[in-house]
Design a protein around this ligand. Structure first.
Ligand SMILES: [Zn+2]
Length: 339
């Protein structure tokens, strides 16, 4: 499952090439986890702003065509051969509209359901399409994004294409737990609703060891489960939680509220070190993650405990253990990780 480092690796691969790109067409495949919630045609003509990440969500701001005109000259900033305006675009009859009847903006959904392909950017008659907004993306269990200058025809697992004048952003998601959802902003529903339960960003300077320890004091669950839940700090998916706990010498079953302040500080530092290393190595590829260029991550090959049950601990030489905890495999060393 793509975790925070993999999502950040993905973001870094698409943010610069797509900054200022203009949306030419949108294609949906089979339904993803939630409906898009916006007629596809209203996205055409918008320009992509700075792509950001919160937890495992990516936010693609889409400036309304009017705002683009005022901005005058945003444009594709990629000097590396961006075929601006020259690419063959797909739309109209190729655009597979999905029923958006449960979207909040049902009237707009019916408005666009005729599949007509308006080639200019100013869609909509009531002006409601002209406001800024954006797409919140989640890779789910098995999603990965690619950016293709000359896109191949979509395969059976390609369920979202955002064709722009700087390439086509494509979501491949065999298990379809991923999502692409329209939101007026990060501060409004549905984005705000989806993001509100997230814990602190791991590299946020406001997350001090004191704050981390204080948050752990409120939890009686095992520390591993607290890390996985992501409501204290995001980013500690299973492999990263296992590695950080080993690095900090903390037993995964230790109750979070029994962790001392010095150990909490060590654990926070270990989590940051683990995630930094994962980012350097392009994330982890446990099954099928690849970055936007199709390159696999390499962190998993450096893991000290994850996936290494029965093998010797790199620190003490004892055999590493695997235990199922909160329905997830936990790997640890009984000698080096104390309760
Ligand atoms: Zn050990």
């Amino acid at each position: 499952m793509p975790e925070l480092p993999e999502v950040e690796v993905t973001r870094r691969g698409i943010a610069a090439p797509l900054l200022g790109a203009r949306v030419l067409s949108v294609r949906l495949g089979k339904p993803l986890r939630w409906p898009l919630g916006q007629p596809l045609q209203t996205l055409v003509g918008r320009r992509i702003g700075e792509i950001t990440r919160r937890g495992k969500y990516l936010w693609l701001p889409l400036q309304a065509p009017d705002a683009v005109a005022r901005g005058d000259g945003a444009g594709c900033t990629d000097g590396g051969g961006c075929a601006k305006g020259a690419g063959e675009t797909r739309g109209g009859e190729d655009a597979a509209y999905r029923d958006a009847s449960d979207a909040s903006d049902a009237s707009d959904a019916s408005n666009a359901s005729d599949g007509s392909n308006r080639s200019n950017g100013s869609s909509g008659s009531d002006g409601s399409d002209r406001t800024d907004g954006g797409l919140l993306l989640h890779l789910g269990m098995s999603g990965s994004l690619s950016l293709q200058r000359q896109p191949q025809p979509p395969g059976p697992h390609d369920h979202f294409d955002l064709a722009t004048d700087c390439g086509t952003l494509r979501l491949n998601d065999p298990r379809r737990f991923g999502a692409v959802v329209w939101s007026p902003s990060l501060l409004h529903a549905p984005a705000a609703t989806l993001l509100k339960r997230l814990g602190a960003e791991p590299f946020d300077a406001a997350l001090t060891p004191v704050h981390f320890h204080a948050a752990l004091q409120q939890r009686r669950a095992p520390i591993k489960a607290v890390l996985l839940a992501g409501d204290v700090v995001v980013g500690a998916g299973n492999i990263y939680a296992c590695e950080a706990l080993f690095l900090a010498g903390v037993h995964p079953a230790l109750r979070a509220d029994r962790i001392s302040r010095p150990r909490a500080a060590r654990l926070l530092a270990a989590l940051r070190q683990t995630l930094s290393r994962a980012l350097e190595l392009g994330g982890s590829t446990l099954r099928d993650f690849s970055d936007v260029h199709g390159t696999s991550g390499a962190f998993q090959s450096e893991a000290a405990v994850y996936g290494r049950a029965g093998l010797p601990c790199t620190r003490c030489g004892g055999l590493l253990k695997r235990q199922v905890q909160a329905q997830r495999s936990t790997y640890f060393c009984v000698v080096c990780q104390r309760r």
